[in-house]
Design a protein around this ligand. Structure first.
Ligand SMILES: [Zn+2]
Length: 256
């Protein structure tokens, strides 16, 4: 069920039966020379709509701009102030709770949003309004992604390239995959950007000239379809699990 397409009597019927909502979130930021700036929010929307379709759970419109200060050196990146982003997501979630939603999955595809979504989830749980959790597709199938790509990358790499090749092939510049690899950073390890143990970088451009990581030529639409299916299974299972929980079990434990 996709909220913008429904009339209120039908939503009323949904809220009488269910109390779960899927909220897709991403970013609008540079994803290298080969992928669209909407990559993260298009991926999040793809998963949320797929699982809403499979399960009948409610999917809200996508929150398309996130916290992306670390990509502002590249043309087009749009970023929200972190505090404003947290308040915005929290207020939207609270509005859903007035209709009976008490559990939410933030279907997120942008690493820069994670800590903020965790903070919003904590606020909502602390006052026992709702249980909202953050989910990232790639964190739901980490081994599979590691096995699939020799040179994975945290941003604009083969995993995101494959997903967009699958979901929106018309938006991928296939003729720029080699350029994306050659002008970016292919080998990504824990030591990147660290000096004597400190993270001495702030922006993606500090580690990668064109803003992306990994080997994009390893990606394909077929691989994207497989990863999309596997992670959708995980999101579906999470939604079923969350819907099945007693609300009181999801709330903070008593002080010992
Ligand atoms: Zn991304």
């Amino acid at each position: 069920m996709y909220l913008p397409n429904e009339a209120w009597p039908d939503l009323q019927s949904y809220f009488e039966e269910e109390s779960l909502a899927l909220v897709p979130l991403g970013s609008t930021e540079q994803h290298g020379p080969h992928l669209p700036e909407g990559t993260d929010h298009l991926i999040a929307e793809g998963f949320a709509r797929e699982v809403a379709e499979r399960t009948g759970y409610l999917c809200t419109p996508t929150i398309t701009i996130g916290v992306s200060d670390h990509h502002l050196q590249f043309p087009g990146t749009a970023s929200a102030d972190p505090a404003a982003f947290r308040d915005y997501v929290e207020s939207i979630t609270r509005s859903l709770t007035t209709h009976g939603i008490d559990r939410v999955i933030y279907v997120n595809a942008h690493g820069g949003n994670v800590t903020h979504l965790r903070e919003v989830g904590r606020r909502l749980r602390n006052d026992e309004t709702a249980f909202a959790v953050e989910w990232m597709w790639d964190e739901s199938i980490p081994e599979r992604i590691d096995e699939t790509f020799e040179h994975n990358g945290p941003h604009g790499g083969p995993k995101e390239t494959a997903l967009i090749q699958h979901l929106h092939p018309d938006l991928v510049h296939e003729d720029r995959l080699e350029e994306a690899r050659d002008d970016g950073l292919v080998e990504v390890d824990e030591g990147i950007g660290r000096t004597h143990g400190s993270r001495t970088f702030y922006d993606s451009i500090d580690n990668s000239e064109n803003g992306v990581f990994g080997d994009q030529t390893d990606a394909s639409a077929e691989i994207g379809a497989e990863l999309f299916g596997a992670a959708s299974d995980e999101l579906e299972a999470l939604a079923m699990w969350l819907a099945d929980q007693e609300f009181s079990d999801l709330m903070p434990k008593e002080h010992v």
